[in-house]
Design a protein around this ligand. Structure first.
Ligand SMILES: [Zn+2]
Length: 115
């Protein structure tokens, strides 16, 4: 299934191909603050359709994940692995997808704070 997603203002927009079987709620220092619900997909399954100069990048800690955000509206639509080598993963913020019944999405807790 093809999902469409975006930030709030629409300057960052993307599509994701896959089956949304659930989402992860991570309690690490950034995911908890964002309130993100994450869906991990192979990076090639996600396609950016709009971004311009508005797609910011925030990297902290071990520096393995780039947290991408819209510089205009501040919403974090997705994150991605930093490494360009091997199989990359995109972590879609399910809250940013269109036409998804969030009450029907199974949520898995992940203890990222201890990872
Ligand atoms: Zn925006």
């Amino acid at each position: 299934m093809l999902y469409k997603g975006s930030c709030h203002c629409g300057k960052v927009a993307f599509e994701v191909e896959g089956e949304l079987g659930g989402a992860v709620r991570c309690n690490c220092s950034i995911c908890q603050r964002k309130g993100a619900l994450l869906w991990a997909v192979p990076h090639p399954s996600m396609r950016l359709v709009a971004w311009g100069d508005d797609l910011g990048r925030y990297i902290f800690g071990k520096g393995v994940i780039a947290h991408r955000f819209c510089r205009t509206c501040g919403i974090h639509p997705f994150a991605e692995d930093v490494s360009q080598s091997g199989e990359r993963t995109a972590y879609i913020n399910v809250n940013c997808l269109d036409d998804v019944d969030l009450t029907a999405v199974e949520v898995f807790e992940f203890d990222g704070r201890s990872a």
